[in-house]
Design a protein around this ligand. Structure first.
Ligand code: R2B
Ligand code: URA
Length: 302
């Protein structure tokens, strides 16, 4: 962990009891007895939708002999479940929403680990999501190597009190390699590459099918070709911020695993059938679970 990246001015006062911390969007606070049950957290798994979080938590519970699933009381913003060492939380769509989830979850994990940097080092983070492929067909799974904004520069805040704040968007390579190894022989089509995160699904992803259209077939083609030449393999809406914030605390182990819904070189609309979408979602979940099991379930219990 990088101690200097952590807002200890605020967070250490929570540990000493000088003041509470309210994780407002999750509907719990540092003084909530519910959090006592989460002290053993070893992984934080995020996904866009609440339904996915419930399915993941139930699946992890089944793999852990029907372990108790703890649900957070508030569900109007994010859906949260905890079971067998894993905290599952939804983050909504886009970086404005997901950044709230990530910051509150980081604060919560700091509390749960009592500010112990070695214990924080042991926590694995992941987002499992969907994306548009850049030269990849629907059904491919991308494990991101780096999260970038659409100008191929890392995540940054444009106008802070001291100017622009730049972050590091790289996803740790050892974790990525370990995920690929855990999925050896799975038969799934998994690649690794850079991921662009946009603040907008239509215009910023150069779609021509929005209510508003700014691009032409030509400018869209040039943009996607430029991304591809620079090693980008998929486009989604959270990864640059996720890597940026987790790197700023120095978490050594985190990843993003996204299913490709369509090849953006071939179109804009998501026309896959519900059955195909279900398979894509299952496959990205399998990639995560194959790794989670290798990480957290001792051999013989799997
Ligand atoms: C992928 O899919 C969502 C938009 O449909 C968004 O949250 C993302 O990153
Ligand atoms: N999610 C995105 O952000 N873009 C796509 O094209 C598909 C899913």
């Amino acid at each position: 962990m990088k101690s200097e990246g952590i807002n200890r001015e605020f967070l250490d006062g929570v540990l000493t009891g000088a003041h509470p911390d309210v994780y407002y969007h999750f509907g719990v606070s540092s003084e909530d007895p519910l959090l006592e049950g989460l002290r053993d957290v070893r992984a934080v798994i995020m996904a866009g939708s609440g339904g996915r979080i419930k399915e993941f938590a139930d699946r992890w519970s089944r793999l852990n002999g029907g372990s108790e699933v703890i649900a957070f009381p508030k569900e109007d913003r994010f859906v949260t479940r905890y079971t067998a060492g894993v905290l599952f939380a939804s983050h909504g769509m886009g970086m404005p929403s997901a950044s709230i989830a990530v910051q509150e979850l980081m604060r919560m994990v700091y509390l749960l680990k009592r500010g112990d940097l070695d214990a924080l080092d042991q926590v694995f983070w992941a987002r499992v999501g969907t994306s548009g492929g850049v030269g990849l067909p629907g059904g491919t799974i991308v494990v991101s190597s780096e999260g970038l904004m659409p100008d191929l520069k890392p995540y940054r805040l444009i106008q802070g009190g001291r100017g622009s704040y730049w972050f590091d968007g790289t996803f740790p390579e050892p974790t990525r390699e370990a995920i690929l190894r855990a999925n050896d022989g799975s038969g799934l089509s998994i690649v690794s590459g850079k991921t662009v995160a946009t603040n907008e699904f239509f215009l910023e992803q150069f779609r021509l099918d929005g209510a508003i259209r700014m691009e032409t077939e030509e400018t869209k083609g040039e943009f996607l070709a430029w991304l591809h030449e620079n090693g980008v393999r998929n486009i989604e809406m959270e990864g640059a911020m996720l890597a940026a914030y987790l790197n700023s605390w120095g978490f050594p182990s985190f990843a993003m695993i996204c299913a490709v819904l369509l090849n953006r070189l071939e179109g804009d609309q998501v026309t896959s059938t519900p059955e195909q979408l279900h398979t894509f979602s299952e496959d990205s979940g399998d990639v995560l679970f194959n790794y989670l099991q290798s990480l957290l379930l001792p051999a013989g219990e799997q």
